[in-house]
Structures are given as C-alpha cells and as structure tokens.
Design a protein around this ligand. Sequence first.
Ligand code: ADP
Ligand code: ZN
Length: 762
Amino acid sequence: METSDAIIDAGDRLMSVMREYWGYDAFLPLQEEAMRSAMGGRDSLVVLPTGGGKSLCYQVPALCLDGMAVVVSPLISLMKDQVDALRACGVAAAFINSSLTASEKWNVADDIRGQRLKLLYVAPERLSLPGLLDLLESATVSFFAIDEAHCVSMWGHDFRPDYRKLNLLRERFHGTAIHGYTATATEQVRDDVVRQLGLREPEVLVGSFDRPNLTYRVERRDSLLAQIAGVLERHPDESGIVYCITRKEVDSIAASLTGGGYSALPYHAGMSDEARKANQEAFIEDRCRIIVATVAFGMGIDKSDVRYVVHAGLPKSLENYQQESGRGGRDGLEAECCLFYSGADFKTWEFIVNRSDGSPAFKQAQMASLRQVMDYCDAAACRHRLLVQHFGQDLGADCGEACDICLGEFDEVEEPLVVAQKILSSVYRQGEKFGADYTAKVLKGSREQRVIENGHDRLTTHGLLQEESRRAILDWIGQLVQQGFLSSVATDDAGKYNVLKLTQDGWRLLRGEVLPRLLKPATDASSRSQPKRHDPHSWEGVDRELFEVLRSLRTEKANDLGLPPYMVFGDASLRDMARRRPTGADGFLKVHGVGQKKCDDYATEFTTLIAEYCGEHELETDVDPPSATPLSAPKDASRLTRPAGPNESALRAIELFDQGRTVEEVAETMGRALSTTRGYFHEYLRHRRITDPVRWVDAVQIARIEEAIAAVGPKPLKPIREHLGGEVDYDPIHIVAICWQNRHRDDNADATVADHVSHQPE
Ligand code: ADP
Ligand code: ZN
C-alpha cells in the first residue's frame, strides 16, 4: 500500500479522492496547484473569487494526508454547513464552537484523541483557549487552513480581532504548514495576511477574478418594481437575492413582491434575530424563493443555486458588488446579476457615509469608491472586462456573451457626435453651474419654474433633445462623464451637489475632433427590458421536465434529513442526472457531483424515479454525453481551464473500435457496462468523424432514419423515433444521427461543441 501510494503522482491521488468523495471529474482553475501546495507542506495563500472552489483546495488534501486538518472559520453557521456538507459526502468532519453543549464538545475531543477525524472546524477565539491547543498538540495536525483569511487584516472589509490571535499557531506548531484562503484581491490585504499569519515563504496563488457564468446587466432605475419583475419572470421558481440600500426599501419591496404573488421574504438588521434567522432558513431550504435584503445578508450563506442577484440600488463599491453579485451561481451554472441605479442612490449613500463615524480620509475613500461604481454603470464597455480591470487583471477580450453590452442589448446612437455636442453645448450655455438632472430637463424642453427663472427656456439648446426620454438623456450624460468629455464636480466639500463642466476632451468634441460612444436601449426583439432567456450549454441534452421531477425528490429527501436541498444535490448534479438519465448505480456514480457516499445513499431512489419517468416518456436512458460539461462552458479555454475531449477510458475504447471490435466485445474487454460502452462508441463516431453508418445499421433503415432526420432534425432523438412511428430502436437512430451530424458538421451549430471537444487544455 505504502509503496504503491508513493509512486502514484499526487495529482492522481487528489483527483481520485475528489472523484470518490465529491464526484467531480476536473479541477477548477488553480485548484490543483493549491491542493498540491497543501500536499507539499509549504505555506500558501490562495486567492480565488467566490464560487472558485476554495473549500476543496484544503478538503481534498486533508483526506490524502495523514492526520487531521484544522480549519479556522469565522462564522458558526458556515462551519455547521461545511461539516454537514462534508458528512453528506462521507468525510469524517466535526466542528467546535460555542454552539455545542459541553457533552458534544467532549465527544468531538474524544474523536480527535481517537484519530477519527480528517477535518476539524474551529472558531478563531477557541484557539486562544489553552485546552484546545493542548489537545491539538497531542494529535497529528496535517495542516492549518485559515478560511476567509482577510479577516486577519485591518485593511480588509471584514476585520475580526480574534483572527489576530492566530499568530499563536505559528509559535506553537512550528513544523505544521499554514494555508490562507480568501476572495479579497487587494495587494495590501494579501501582504497583511502573510505577515499576520506568519506565513513562511508562502506560495501565493491568485486566480482570475472573472466569473464567466455570471451575466451582468445595468439599467438606470425608472419603474423599479417592473424592472425587478422583469428579472423574476426570467427565473420562475428559481432562487434569487434582491439587495436594497435601506431597511425601509427592503420592507416595501418585499411587501410589494409578496402582494404580486411572488414568494419573497425580507432580511435586515432591524428585524429580530429570530425573524431574520427564520427568513434566512426559509430561503436556504427553498421554502421561499426570493430574499429581499440589505447587505447584512449574505456572509455565511453557502447556498450554491442562487440564479439571480438584483441590486435595487447602487452598491457601496465595486469590491462589494463583486462579493454580493458573486453569491449568484456558486455552483458554476449560469446566473444573472442586474444592477438598477440612479443618481439619487449616490446621495443616499453620501448621507449614510457622512453619518457614520469614520475619519474624513475614510469617508473620502468611500465616496471615491462610489464614484467608481457610477463609472461602471455608465460605461459603454464589457462589464466583465471592467470588473476584472478593477482588480488589476486583464481579461484579454470582451466576454462576448455574458453582459448587456456584449449581448447587444444596447444600440449605438446613430449620430453620437451630434447628440453629444447638443449636450455639451447646453452644459456650456448653462454656465457650467448645473448638474445632470437639470441639464436633462433643459434639453428635454422643460418649462419648470427653475428653468424659466434661470432664463434657460430661451437657450438655443432648450428642447434640443425633446424627442428623447429623460432616462436616455441621463444615460448619455453619464456616458460622457465616464468617457472624460464632461466632469462632474462637487461644489462643496461634502460633495453634496455636483455640477457638470467641460473637460479639454469635451472642447475637442465640440470642435468635432473626437468621437464619443453613446448607447441606447435596443429597440428590436432583443430589447433591453426583456432580454431573452438564453439556454446555456449547461442545459444541453437536459430533459427539463425530468429535472423538475428530480428537484421535487431532492426537496423531499432534504426535508427528511433536515438538510438544505442544495446539500443533497446541487442543480449541476440534477441537470447532469436529467441529461445522463442513469438507471443503475454504475451510471449514477458518473453523474457530476455524485461520489461514493451519495451514490450509496441516493442511487436507488433517484434511478428508480428516472427509469419510471423515462419509461413513461419513452426517453433514452443511460446516455453518456461525450462533450457535455454540466458547468457553463467557457467560450475560450484561456478564461477557464477545464479538460475537454475524450477521457482516458474513452480513448482506449476508441482504439479498440478502430480495430473493428463491436460494442459488446469492447464492453467485455474493458469490463464496462454496455450502456457506458455505447457512450464510448458514440464518442468514437464523433471523434473519428465517421460519416457513413452502413457498417452498423442496414441500408433500408438508414434511409428511413435519414428521412426522419431531414424532417425533424438530428436531435433530440425522441422526435425522430416518433416520426418513425416508434418502430425503430434508439440505438440505430443514434448512430445514424451522429453520422449525419458529422457530414453536416461545418454548417451545423454542433461545430461549436466539436471545437470544444478538440480543444485540449494546456
Ligand atoms: P468558494 O469558497 O471559493 O466560494 P466553494 O468552495 O464554496 O467556493 O465552491 C463553490 C461550489 O463549487 C461548490 O458547490 C463546490 O462543491 C463546487 N466545486 C468545487 N470544486 C469543484 C470542481 N472541481 N468541480 C465542480 N464543482 C466544484
Ligand atoms: Zn461583455
């Protein structure tokens, strides 16, 4: 055992443990590097965005190494969730914090002494109590993992004095490695973490801050409830968060949504602890779909299937936005992040900041952060790119398909120079003494008293943009500020009132020497107020009705066990189940996110249900999708490295098929189930681009099937079979359909999938 272990490469061990316990087949970016450094015993600091998979970075090595890993985690609720989730995967884990009774603590201590634990979660304040440290010293600690490591830094957004005591660890556990994990990207915090934790020449791993599975949208707020409803309509029956700036807004929006028939609950610091806790639990356990909250909500929420995050007002900073919106799509599946803003939010925040007790420098910094958020809102550039830029990284290219700008939900204004000149000359003629709202009024031709008193109804620019909406004019002013043609200058120290002034570039624009870029909501079918719900790759091959049926079973099981549903199976697993439709334990184990323990616990019930459903609906079962990845597929592998293409077993099978073996023979040789081998065979047909099915299907049948394909398309297979009156088996249909697709590959949408398959990771 020892010797064979020693020769197995660490990467293979990590992978096989990850597969066995978590059922994942590929590392997320930097996960393998982070795990290897934990295996190697060198200190490390791992910086990955929310949803980047930080927990597995220490959980998997903890299982591979001797002894027990100690995880320091700041939140009691999070600790319990993590331990519950680990146990659901069959990992021996426990936590010690103030929520345990004396006898529960004693039991955990007993498990530590008996070397029965692989992971122990502790609250930071516990570590300074002598009892626990002594206990740990007598045990074999494989390493320390400091979760949310930025809490040790005063510069972070969430400083916790108890984290400072962690320097004890370095003193008392000289030879034991310490690893820090955080999503906070600034260099200052990073350096501080290294110093405070006393990390020794740590390996520092910083991942990409882009979240490709999130779609970002920004809209100026006009009819907020209708705008929110627009998002909700795109996600019926899915979980989401609506963030508001104030408690009052939380209450009123939650009430309006409930009144409108939505399943929504409020959450803010003004509610009683019990009410807050009850609402949070209802959300986590899927008894309520929408949580309307102030930013007090979210820390310690691990719910992985949040499908949309709405900001009903401006977030405080882009760091906050990244964090709050990042709570969507932690499972790697697509999620939508919409920000509805208005200039008034700026004022609201200003009021809050000024009332807070911070130094003048701190307040100034906060206002500067807010201005960055305004710039982000007004920008006419890819949102992913801007956000990542804010964290000092370069995306290299626009996202292309995951933000309102790239999705073409805006049209370019036809004569941007003329429109911009109208706006700038109005600003100039108004004496550069007024703000955006007022300027928009003048351009719109308002006869408001203030405008008339100022004599601005007689300006040549009065009513020049009469045909345009006030919202559009405000958008353009914002865009001109963001592009540096106008500056928005505070007239007083508190920055209460901003006036617009022309910049040097603004003058060049007036002379027609430079061109601005102005956008307006698209007017065609893909209109901005109702963006299409696009079906991402992650739904490919998924039977949606079966997905819903499985979802109900998941809720039922979760209720029985007192676990949140996402802990039984994530959405990614359910989709993969509804795609593969396994009818036995073998196939069930192949589902994304199904490890040995969950297979033992749930295979029978889920596969029975799948078999029943597929029988009733004449759906093919035990499908082995060759290229479908349950996570949303990145367009470009450089953004997210994920292995693609046939795996090792498939490659071996392909070799055997090359030698002319039949499916039955290959199944026998490789010791695989027929259904699995059939999957390999389909992969072989695609991989070798076989175009003629005549070796496997008789000519008459080919002709009939191809006729049906011509009528209903090459997939899904069910309509083809129906077209043939249900007389032909799925097997020949599948083979003919693949060959047909191979023949039509170049002019077929499938080309993108094919490209993906042939794209090997570096
Ligand atoms: P973070 O702590 O960085 O926000 P988590 O550790 O909570 O991220 O992981 C986010 C989600 O991604 C979890 O649902 C987790 O199970 C899942 N996950 C982690 N690693 C992988 C992987 N290699 N493949 C697929 N999903 C993964
Ligand atoms: Zn984009």
